[in-house]
Design a protein around this ligand. Sequence first.
Ligand code: NAD
Ligand code: UFG
Length: 336
Amino acid sequence: MSLLITGGTGYIGSHTVVELQALTDEQDIVIVDNLSNSSTKVLDRLIQITGKKVTFVKADICDYEAMNAIFEQHKIDAVIHFAGYKAVGESSEKPLSYYYNNVSGTVMLLKVMAEHKVKKLVFSSSATVYGDNESPLNESMATSATNPYGQTKLMIEHILFDLAKSDSNWSIACLRYFNPIGAHSSGLIGENPNGVPNNLLPYVSQVAVGRLAQLQVFGDDYDTADGTGVRDYIHVVDLAKGHVKALQNLGKISGCKAINLGTGNGTSVLEIVNTFKEISGQNIPYKIVPRRAGDLATVFADASLAYELLNWQATRDLHTMIADTWRWQSQNPQGF
Ligand code: NAD
Ligand code: UFG
């Protein structure tokens, strides 16, 4: 039996592969990735961490022939689907590229899965589908999106719900991630954004390591304790373990189920900066600038459904998240 991991050399995919490898020797892992936002160096690091090999196929999920060949060559039992583009700002500049890669790519993957009667799927969705609902965000709230990236996640969720309705053999977990940060405790794998980071943690850690001069804090006039934005940061290893639990519990899920993966706690930008400074011992210069368009004041999860359905909850605290981020960044100042 094999498990197919799309986007498995990326940030969350690689950490999930580590957790899956720890689980069993009986299941082979096949990674498919086009390396548009990752490197084959990840594969060597995975072997260093786990001592086990994975099968890697460099291919695009939009390529029917290549995807079909993977299903012909391996007895795939289930798929965890991470592959996609994820930069909110870029998605407004290149909407077609986002709709094609994320939505068409997923439709292509589902078509090949259906043809090979593989109907177990774990999908990377995002808390962005909650639009401007008030936190804590729960899975029964209405969904909406404000940018093309968010629209792709929402469209894919609709496609998955429709698909599961049309054929009761599908079991699908749509995992809505909050803000993944941190890295594997070995410091061998971690987040490695191309160019200037859009997200807070990679930005702060690149300032701490001296690659960037100064953080811009987007607004200190929000209705939060210190005026800066509050988010639900979750350790990427906890998130990875959530995928393992989702996979193990797919049998209990009939149809398609949306499930939050968050901690249920909120942390402000300044709390992140101060904790990072304390743990790294580095100065982190910052300046307050106007709010970033589209940002909300406070976003955090109601994480109770994941506990009820999957017996999963996040266990790593902010200190561990930041210590692990710093270990990865200081050991790999330029990334992979
Ligand atoms: P990532 O960019 O590190 O990983 C995605 C991987 O997919 C990359 O290795 C990339 O090369 C690959 N890929 C992209 N398009 C592909 C294609 N057409 N064919 C094959 N491979 C392709 O991103 P990540 O942070 O690991 O995110 C994984 C998933 O989780 C994405 O779908 C993302 O939208 C979702 N997500 C991420 C976050 C976050 O903050 N990191 C939050 C919510 C949801
Ligand atoms: N922030 C700064 N300066 C920066 C970057 C971010 O002050 O340089 C602030 C933001 O204003 C926000 C917080 O840090 O208050 C977190 O911002 P991120 O960009 O790290 O994360 P977001 O919550 O904006 O977005 C993330 C993912 C999206 C996903 C969303 C879902 O990047 O893909 O969570 O909740 F859609």
